[in-house]
Write a protein that binds this ligand. Structure first.
Ligand code: PLP
Length: 384
């Protein structure tokens, strides 16, 4: 089936977080796509509502098989049913991991910049936030391994929350980079939670490596978090996965989830997840091709119209990290100027100090909307 990603669907007045405006603003911010979800998922949900009995539901063997096949065939991540736990979301899982791996007050390491909940969940849960800035070399972020190790020893870090692929920088960390992280964490007995929610949106020329495929011998200290919601644009469904391979660790996570009864999903999430992993591949291939073309369009547009914006081309996902420091000197003015031009991007400063004068641009929308948004960005920044 051929999907039409050019179709502009009006999302105003639907309760959409992204389209919260009463005016003509174009939202190029929060990470969801303005594309309809894959037909097999929509059909499966329709089938459930037509059947009409929506009682208590548990994961079926078909669902476990779909998860195991998807991750095994795409990433060589070998999972057994016992390695798979369910969670309402990756962010709730990040919060949960504070209690799995740390005590109140202990230090948790994240990179800077980083998807904001990495920082807020650490602090809201009474842990000490420690950051290690990424360094930019030739337009790509790199992990500063010496700084990571220094921060670990200096603050007695117990847990490292890694984001792979990285949001907002778009890096897909290489096997070598991940192995270097593992060596440091092993040496200092630091647990690793790898948020891999953008894994399936890895773009051509890059290879995603699940952290768990490298963690043999250290599995008691490694957890991966992922979800079908980002991949297939069904974030409103809510639902995600926790992968762990050590029996004791799985028990500990289950116990923590049990405290709030947060280990199960709703019927629609189970249904969507199964059909996404069973039959979503065709949609995903087409969506990624469309996204890749939109990234090309954006890179070309900015080079031509706003050549002083430094563009970090993503290796995964549809979020482009823009350094606007040549056009603005104040984060709030930068954000407000774009908003006044009726286009919304995420303010980089929300992702940590390294986000100063940066903006995050979401290009997962019909090309016509993107081009209109880019024109508004051009007008706004040219006027600053
Ligand atoms: C890195 C990362 N983790 C987690 C999430 C959100 O996950 P969830 O909606 O499952 O809580 C996002 C959403 O953009 C994200 O970019």
């Amino acid at each position: 089936m051929l999907y039409n990603f050019d179709e502009v669907i009006d999302r105003r007045d639907t309760g959409s977080v992204k389209w919260h405006y009463s005016d003509e603003t174009i939202p190029l911010w929060v990470a969801d796509m303005d594309f309809q979800a894959p037909a097999p998922i929509l059909n499966a949900i329709e089938h459930v509502t037509q059947y009409g009995i929506l009682g208590y539901t548990k994961p079926t063997e078909d669902l476990y098989d779909a998860i195991i096949d998807w991750h095994g065939s795409r990433y060589d991540l070998r999972l057994d049913k016992e390695n798979i736990l369910f969670s309402p979301g990756v962010v709730p899982s990040l919060a949960l991991m504070m209690n799995v791996f740390t005590e109140a007050g202990e230090a948790v390491l994240v990179n800077d910049p980083i998807y904001a909940p990495f920082m807020t969940k650490v602090e809201q849960n009474g842990r000490t936030l420690v950051t290690s800035a990424l360094t930019e070399i030739d337009g790509r972020y790199r992990l500063d391994l010496a700084d990571i190790e220094a921060k670990i020893t200096q603050h007695d870090v117990k847990l490292y929350l890694l984001c792979n692929p990285h949001n907002p920088g778009g890096r897909v960390w290489t096997t070598e980079e991940l192995e270097a992280v593992l060596v440091i964490c092993k040496k200092h007995n630091v647990a690793i939670v790898s948020d891999e929610i953008h894994q399936d949106l890895t773009l051509s020329g890059h290879t995603f490596t699940p952290f768990l495929t490298l963690a043999t011998g250290y599995e008691h200290n490694v957890v991966s978090l992922t979800s079908m919601t980002k991949t297939f644009n069904i974030a409103g469904i809510k639902g995600s996965l926790i992968f762990a391979k050590d029996e004791g660790l799985i028990q500990k996570i289950s116990q923590q989830q049990g405290l709030n009864d947060e280990y199960e999903l709703n019927l629609f999430a189970y249904t969507a997840m199964r059909h996404a992993y069973e039959q979503g591949g065709e949609w995903l291939t087409q969506a990624l091709a469309y996204i890749e073309a939109n990234i090309d369009v954006t890179v070309r547009f900015l080079a031509e119209h706003l050549p002083k914006v430094k563009v970090m081309r993503p290796e995964a996902s549809y979020l482009i990290w823009l350094d606007c420091s040549a056009y603005a000197k104040d984060d709030q003015i930068l954000y407000d100027t774009l908003r006044a031009a009726k286009v919304e991007l995420n303010a980089g400063i929300k992702y940590g100090h390294e986000g100063h004068l940066k903006m995050r641009l979401n290009v997962a929308c019909p090309k016509s909307l993107l081009l209109e948004g880019l024109n508004r960005i051009d007008t706004a920044l040219s006027d600053i």
